[in-house]
Design a protein around this ligand. Structure first.
Ligand code: TYD
Ligand code: MG
Length: 465
């Protein structure tokens, strides 16, 4: 009798394979992530070849040669085109991850319809929702007439057979990769080997046929795409669709892109009729501003190539605790600690007896160091209980010495602020800037103390904290 297929134990977090089950993965240290998976014949996808096959000699080529600029499928959704670098590349594979309910299925249905409406062909496989649910959504979005091929299907072999039948579509959507299962494997859908096998087969189809492949991926509690990083390595582009459930806007962000930039974001707003593109996001993020409250400062940021104005809000309150609280939403908490230390050591403004809360309005996440100055302004404003001028913006990186360092794209930040009706700006003293072209009243500072003094928050004048 042939030896029964041996089972292996695969960590669902990192993909490490072991021969025994254990409670803790020896490779990544996660608990309860090891699952028994069958390694039947063909379990290693792509190993369908007879083992004895010698392989053939591949003709090697030089790097120079015919390399056309990758053609693009312009999707008609300009925010999506912006993120992908000008449209989806035929034959490429994209993975889109995001929290449940954020709008992935909505986005992809709208995308499929947009491509179909531009005389392309789009096929949508849903493994999560029944046909009736998807139809209902299409109805609601006003897309029921779009010529999108749809099927509620989770069997990989059937999907591949369907795709191979007839001309290859321009776009294939799989919602989601975790629901697919391959017959050849014994393990449950969503396990590492199933997801890997399904992804690999689909990518192979896409590369061969020239269809663009869009995979939806689930995310784990901490926001990573479920399954090991392997999937992210396999695809050409990894997009995250994020946003705050309490807010209507959604951000599409590329974290990996073999065919374009990774620093652009696309902004959408979720409404009654699905996602609409937001071409001027600053207006959205500043929309609900309360101008007169102390502790709010407008930061002129840059996302990719596009300026983006957001409000940073701080609250400094007397603390009843021995160790005061520091809480941050939308910004790096170690960056806040650093800023508080700099304010203390270099400007003599202490927050030692105060709880400090910092929030980026609208649920946006800011990673730019240039936000330091806006955060400092918000903190100082809350501490001294003096509202900042409502028509003023801030940007500049603060170094550990308290110096305000120049940032890139000063002109476009200022231009955006001017467009939105701001009159004044507090900006770094250093850095090239053609003052004549800027219609804002500039206050160029080189050290944080200049801001602290102006706010009356310096030593000798105790703040409220
Ligand atoms: P969905 O695309 O199903 O999310 P995902 O696939 O990422 O899980 O989006 C579901 C949410 O979007 C749901 O909470 C309702 C909301 N929604 C709207 O607000 N307006 C709409 O037109 C649609 C279709 C959905
Ligand atoms: Mg969905």
């Amino acid at each position: 009798m042939a030896k029964a297929a041996r089972n292996t134990f695969v960590c669902q977090n990192c993909g490490a394979v072991s021969t025994r089950w254990s409670g803790k993965c020896a490779s990544c240290g996660e608990w309860n992530t090891i699952v028994e998976e069958a390694t039947g014949v063909g379990a290693v996808p792509g190993s369908g070849l007879a083992r004895s096959s010698k392989g053939r000699v591949i003709p090697l080529e030089g790097l120079k040669g015919e390399a056309d600029e990758a053609p693009r499928i312009a999707t008609g959704l300009s925010e999506l085109d912006r993120v992908t670098g000008g449209g989806i590349v035929p034959g490429s594979a994209l993975l889109i991850g995001g929290e449940p309910g954020i709008g992935k299925s909505t986005l992809l249905l709208q995308l499929s319809a947009a491509i179909a409406n531009r005389n392309g062909t789009a096929v949508y496989f849903s493994g999560e929702e029944a046909a009736a649910q998807v139809r209902l959504r299409a109805e609601r979005l006003g897309l029921a007439d779009a010529k999108v091929g749809f099927a509620a299907e989770t069997n990989l072999a059937d999907i591949l057979a369907t795709l191979a039948d007839g001309p290859a579509p321009d776009l294939v959507v799989i919602d989601s990769i975790q629901t697919l299962w391959a017959d050849a494997l014994d393990s449950a859908p969503g396990t590492v080997s199933q997801v890997r096998a399904a992804t690999q087969s689909l990518i192979r189809f896409a590369k061969r046929s020239g269809s663009a492949l869009l995979l939806v991926g689930h995310v784990t509690k901490d926001g990573q795409i479920a399954g090991p990083k392997v999937i992210e390595h396999m695809v050409d582009t990894v997009l995250y669709f994020e946003g705050d459930q309490g807010h209507t806007f959604r951000i599409l962000r590329a974290v990996k892109n073999r065919f374009g930039p990774t620093d652009e974001i696309g902004v959408f707003e979720m409404g009654q009729t699905g996602l609409t593109e937001v071409t001027n996001p600053s207006e959205l993020f500043l929309g609900e501003r309360d101008n007169k409250a102390p502790g709010a400062a407008v930061f002129a940021g840059i996302e990719g190539t596009r300026p983006l104005l957001v409000e940073m809000q701080a609250l400094v309150a007397p603390s009843a605790l021995g160790t005061p609280r520091r809480a941050v939403v939308g910004w790096d908490s170690s960056r806040l600690s650093m800023l508080l230390a700099v304010l203390d050591a270099r400007c003599g403004v202490t927050f030692a007896q105060a709880d400090v809360y910092l929030n980026v309005a609208g649920g946006l996440r800011i990673v730019e160091p240039a936000a330091d100055l806006a955060a400092a302004a918000a903190l100082l404003s809350s501490l001294s209980n003096v509202a900042l001028p409502s028509d003023e913006i801030y940007f500049g990186e603060i170094s550990l010495s308290g110096a305000v360092r120049p940032t890139a794209h000063m002109a476009s930040r200022l231009k955006e602020a001017q467009k939105l009706g701001f009159k004044r700006a507090v900006v770094p003293a250093a850095g090239e800037l053609d003052v004549k072209t800027v219609g804002l009243e500039l206050r160029r500072i080189s050290h944080l103390t200049e801001l602290a003094e102006r706010m009356g928050a310096c030593k000798g004048r105790p703040g409220r904290g």
